[in-house]
Design a protein around this ligand. Structure first.
Ligand SMILES: Nc1nc2c(c(=O)[nH]1)N[C@H]1C(S)=C(S)[C@@H](COP(=O)(O)O)O[C@H]1N2
Ligand SMILES: [Mo]
Length: 437
């Protein structure tokens, strides 16, 4: 096999073939894209590998508004009772104590919502998923796309996947409260994450049905929510490029969440679920997907969702892909525990790097660590694990509880997170304050 044909076959690897070492981390993401920028993938098509590359250049993305029925007044449709959520503007954060006593999955009534704008209300009878671009046979133009109705998608073989979706800024508030650093963005604690059982259609099946070519490199899924205006600048609709390698590996076009149709706030009628990756990749209210034989760009992989700041290039790091390791206690923030009584501290740990291997707890500020008893040994590698640790506090006063997980790759949680101006990927051990009374 030549280098070029092996590259092409890796890019087109089947769903679930391999879990690691493929072209889906940051370094290789940039590598493949820069190779293709130099025309190598185009060359591979020219060399008779069976690719059909359209001659037309990719059309520029128009920042036009979609036409949903309406948008939810107040931005989010579902109730946001204060005992379940912490409000953050157009977003709502899950309170971790609301996960106490729950099963493995995050129920929809307490699943966090991250909306750039407002939840659009979409009629599934008129909704169409539109695919277009130079990475499809015949290079259909944006105004003459290949279309699938909601019923069409329900007619494909279905797939079920249990996976977390986590905002890249989850934990961002701790850059400031724990490390004294100023960062911009929503100051989430650890509640911008949830695990659900998603059912839908493999994106790979739909891409193939639409005529995916071997020359396709990137796709650009775009939401039907209104244009996002950032400090007076209209950036158009939410859209974030995704390498074809990841799109074919384990990405779902989801129409169900925890056994019921996707709720409006989580992307009805159809959203992407991009397991283990930054939440922004899981585009909600999917309207169209551009498929291209060249790298694609949008503000969501150029000015956002890269690391910026001292130690990073001017244009930022490579676009972020996998989430890092984190742990959270199912306890109120600044809650109270009774002294002289046995408590069972419970929590959950997860990682975009794969299954969490072990979680340790410290009740003395990090001086000593003890292994927590872990459940869900057979849970999805794309979900989380639950754990518990019995503790009998005796000294009344202020305390900090620490939890630290290690995933199968050996990645663990440091005591400080490296700074970046947008406050992404806070993976340090969080010092959870409690009062012993
Ligand atoms: N169309 C669209 N898709 C989107 C977003 C959005 O605002 N619009 N937010 C993204 C971000 S930043 C995250 S973290 C996840 C959140 O998914 P959830 O609201 O279902 O929890 O959706 C992603 N998909
Ligand atoms: Mo996010």
């Amino acid at each position: 096999m030549t280098f070029i044909s092996s590259l092409s076959s890796i890019v087109h690897m089947r769903f679930g073939d391999r879990d690691d070492g493929d072209l889906t981390d940051e370094a290789t993401y940039e590598h493949v894209r820069s190779l293709s920028r130099r025309g190598l993938l185009r060359l591979s098509a020219g060399a008779g590998l069976g690719a059909a590359i359209g001659a037309a250049p990719a059309a520029p993305i128009k920042a036009s508004a979609a036409a949903p029925l309406a948008a939810a007044a107040g931005g989010i449709v579902k109730p946001l009772p204060p005992e379940l959520f912490i409000p953050h503007g157009t977003n709502a954060e899950t309170r971790w104590e609301a996960m106490s006593g729950q099963g493995y999955l995050t129920p929809v009534d307490r699943f966090f919502v991250r909306n750039h704008v407002s939840t659009p209300l979409i009629d599934p009878r008129t909704w169409r998923l539109k695919l277009w671009g130079t990475g499809l046979r015949g290079a259909p133009a944006e105004d003459r796309p290949i279309e699938f109705s909601y019923a069409d998608l329900l007619g494909f073989r279905s797939e079920t996947l249990t996976a977390f979706i986590e905002c890249t800024g989850n934990g961002r508030g701790f850059y400031t409260t724990q490390q004294g650093q100023q960062v911009s963005g929503t100051p989430w604690r650890l509640g911008a994450v949830g695990v659900a059982r998603w059912r839908g259609v493999r994106l790979s099946d739909v891409l193939r049905r639409a005529g995916l070519t071997r020359g396709a490199v990137d796709i650009l899924p775009r939401g039907l929510d209104a244009d996002y205006v950032d400090k007076g600048e209209n950036l158009g609709r939410v859209r974030r490029p995704l390498p074809v390698a990841k799109a074919l590996k384990d990405v779902l076009l989801a129409y169900e969440m925890n056994g019921a149709p996707l709720p409006p706030d989580h992307g009805f009628p159809v959203r992407l679920v991009v397991p283990s990756w930054v939440g922004i990749a899981s585009v909600k209210w999917l309207g169209d997907i551009q498929v291209a034989d060249e790298p694609l760009f949008s503000p969501w992989n150029t000015r956002f969702y890269r690391l910026f700041g001292p130690g990073y290039p001017q244009e930022g790091s490579a676009p972020l892909t996998r989430m890092n390791v984190k742990s959270a206690f199912e306890l109120p923030w600044e809650g109270t525990l009774q002294a002289g009584r046995r408590h069972v501290l419970r929590g959950r740990s997860w990682s975009g790097g794969g299954r969490v291997w072990r979680t340790e707890v410290s009740v003395d500020g990090g001086a000593s660590w003890h292994r927590a008893r872990q459940h869900d040994a057979h849970a999805s590698t794309r979900g989380w694990v639950r754990w518990e640790f019995p503790w009998r506090p005796d000294k009344p006063g202020a305390h900090e509880l620490l939890a630290r997980a290690t995933d199968v790759t050996g990645a663990s949680q440091p005591s400080t997170a490296p700074y970046n101006t947008l406050g992404y990927l806070f993976g340090a051990v969080v010092r959870h304050p409690v009062t012993i009374a």
